[in-house]
Write a protein that binds this ligand. Structure first.
Ligand SMILES: [Zn+2]
Length: 672
């Protein structure tokens, strides 16, 4: 039989990746725009021509958000009107276009306010605490905050400002974070120039992502819909992203005491806390209304277990041109689908189905993937082997992956088979030699740097709501133009991945992981590493919260049983195989695929019950949160909650152990 992983790897071409990248970045293509819908048709036509099966468009009517008018001006002590515009550079004609729209925060409230400005560093709760402690009144003021350091998701900043009673939020990109203080700026380097503006949604999607009007169910015709006022995820505060250049006059006129050293950015001003001056006038009118979005789905049906599916996905919609985010990933997905189509023509038929998904409206609130996941919940809960996400392909040469531990072996195997373009070593060797980061997943073989997976892209519904194994990966590098007009073809071809070599490498990794999961006789999910990781998470939790000795003893005992049972079957799953009747192999594989779902809490995590996974969760800031139910109960000092959470984990791990033992039974009956 042909080695199809190799066949596909050899079929992937950097020239075609470049052509796809140019096509997808040629024009702005925000969700619901005519151009983005045209691109959906293009994806549909291409996938059909590649020979993918069951190619279809999955459409939803969802609440999106666009600006009609944005005015921000300093009215005192001097009058300065902010530009709210990014500079053009003749060497990159894309930046000269006038149809790029106003930079904005999706789901901002509409309104008009004139008020004094306070400077609140990153806009996190401790920043506002500090201001209040220093006698800075927040009620009715406008907060000016930086995007990062310490980083938090902009929707979390909006929620925090809203809860503290501020009237509006201005979020700017300080050169210290992603501009000239980091290195050469666009168009001479990869960092953001002084005028760059980071657009982005601010819904509270850490409560639930997807259409704000249909929490937990799909936005299909006839579906029940909340009003925007009933939704828990639509902010009531005004929020506008601005550039460092526009922030400068505000900071220069800022009154009040000097800000702490750590709050100072890299602009040539003394950063002050603010108080009565300057006064800023904001007038913003948003059009938050339902619009049609289009996902494109296609597949290669499995020859043995078509009801089990490996899903690979990337989003198509971009804030503007989407050079790195997401069109580099879209090019990757297109070339992957084409190469799989070629393999299919040469006779390739995976045991399990491989689904390809091109999502829409990710930039708003992970909308397209979430609605599709909710619509297809029933079969995904039974049959989803894993979801493999690529949002952006390559901003540099450093391989990054976040995943659940069960995927670690199949990831490592793929990395060992792909060459790192610059060094000529395998991606695995270069990645392993890199600095070991704290908190990364220790694989059973003791190496590797897989990050525990948080939120922030389309894997969220599959991991946190459906509770299936998931990963998100990319090659990273210096990148300071996120969600600005400069994230375009010029940026990708000059700084991100000039010859598309790393995008190709990522495609090869993607293909190998997908084939490993879809075509191995036994589904290669590693529950030994999962148990090792669980033990680490519990130890860390215990170190932090000091529970009485016996509180975790039953649970850690179960985790050890899980480890042993998994260690017993791993040699069969990852090498030796077993002579089994087709029926027994099918039963073993069905159980392997269902195991991750044992970590699903049907009623969901307290306070945000759309999120059901009790091992992997996410903070409102988007940071990964391990053991979310247990950790949050302990953080709140809720003893009863801790007991309940431990019981939930015990029940989950018991179910896993019993499945692993059933699998052991099936495997040891080999030949009988
Ligand atoms: Zn993206």
């Amino acid at each position: 039989m042909l080695d199809y992983a190799k066949f596909i790897a050899q079929s992937i071409s950097t020239e075609r990746l470049d052509r796809y990248l140019r096509h997808f970045t040629a024009e702005p293509h925000v969700a619901s725009s005519p151009r983005n819908n045209e691109l959906a048709q293009f994806v549909y036509d291409e996938w059909t021509s590649f020979g993918l099966e069951d190619v279809r468009k999955a459409e939803y009517d969802v609440l999106l958000s666009f600006p009609e008018r944005i005015v921000v001006e300093v009215v005192a002590p001097e009058k300065v009107k902010l530009t709210i515009k990014e500079d053009s550079y003749p060497q990159d004609p894309d930046t000269m276009r006038i149809d790029v729209g106003l930079p904005y925060n999706a789901y901002s409230a509409s309104g008009e306010v004139t008020a004094p400005v306070v400077y609140a560093n990153s806009g996190n709760p401790q920043d506002f605490d500090f201001l209040e402690k220093n006698g800075v009144d927040l009620k009715g003021k406008i907060a000016l905050v930086r995007y990062s350091e310490p980083y938090s998701y902009r929707g979390f900043k909006a929620q925090t400002a809203q809860l503290r009673g501020l009237a509006a939020l201005l979020i700017y990109s300080d050169p210290k974070d992603d501009g000239s203080a980091r290195g050469p700026v666009f168009p001479d380097g990869p960092w953001g120039p002084i005028s760059h503006i980071q657009r982005g949604g601010i819904p509270f999607d850490f409560i639930y992502p997807g259409d704000p009007l249909t929490p937990g169910w799909a936005s299909i015709p006839g579906a029940k819909r909340l009003s925007p006022e009933e939704s828990r995820t639509v902010p009531t505060i005004i929020s506008i992203p601005i550039s460092a250049r526009d922030a400068l006059p505000i900071l220069r006129m800022m009154s009040g005491p000097q800000a702490p050293k750590e709050w100072a950015g890299a602009l040539p001003v003394t950063y002050r806390l603010g108080g009565d001056s300057p006064r800023v006038h904001i007038d913003i009118k948003m059009d938050n209304s339902p619009r049609k979005i289009i996902n494109v789905i296609g597949c290669i049906r499995g020859g043995e277990n078509p009801e089990q599916a490996v899903l690979v996905g990337n989003h198509r919609d971009a804030w503007i041109f989407g050079g790195l985010d997401p069109s580099s990933g879209t090019a990757c997905l297109m070339e992957l689908a084409r190469a799989f189509g070629e393999a299919k023509k040469a006779g390739f038929r995976p045991r399990r189905s491989i689904y390809f998904a091109n999502w829409d409206a990710e930039e708003f609130t992970l909308t397209g993937s979430t609605e599709w996941g909710e619509e297809n919940r029933d079969w995904l809960e039974k049959g989803l082997v894993a979801y493999l996400n690529v949002d952006s392909s390559a901003a540099g040469q450093e391989f990054n992956v976040s995943a659940v531990p069960s995927l670690s072996r199949v990831i490592l195997a793929a990395l060992r088979d792909v060459t790192d373009p610059a060094s000529g070593k395998t991606v695995y060797d270069r990645w392993k030699a890199g600095p070991k980061k704290k908190g990364t997943i220790a694989t059973a073989s003791g190496s590797g740097q897989i990050n525990p997976i948080g939120s922030g892209s389309d894997h969220t519904v599959f991991l946190n709501h459906i509770c299936a194994p998931a990963l998100d990966m990319s090659f990273s590098g210096d990148y300071g133009v996120y969600h600005s007009i400069y994230d375009d073809y010029y940026w990708m071809t000059h700084f991100g991945d000039p010859r598309m070599r790393y995008t190709k490498a990522l495609d090869e990794i993607w293909a190998r992981i997908a084939i490993g999961l879809a075509s191995s006789p036994f589904v290669p999910l590693d529950y030994e590493t999962y148990a090792v990781e669980l033990k680490i998470y519990l130890d860390e939790w215990a170190k932090r919260f000091n529970p009485s000795q016996k509180r975790l003893s039953k649970l850690t005992g179960l985790v050890e049983e899980m480890r042993k049972a998994a260690a017993g079957i791993n040699p069969v799953l990852f090498g030796a195989g077993a002579e089994l009747t087709a029926e027994k192999r099918r039963d073993a594989n069905r159980l392997l695929v269902e195991i991750e779902r044992d970590f699903a809490l049907p009623e969901g995590i307290p306070n945000r019950n759309w999120f059901k996974h009790i091992v992997f969760g996410t903070r409102s800031t988007y940071a990964a949160l391990l053991l979310p139910e247990l950790t949050e109960a302990a953080e709140a000092g809720n003893e009863h909650g801790v007991t309940v959470a431990i019981t939930h984990l015990e029940e989950a791990v018991s179910k896993v152990v019993s499945k692993l033992r059933t699998i052991t039974g099936l495997l040891t009956q080999a030949g009988t």
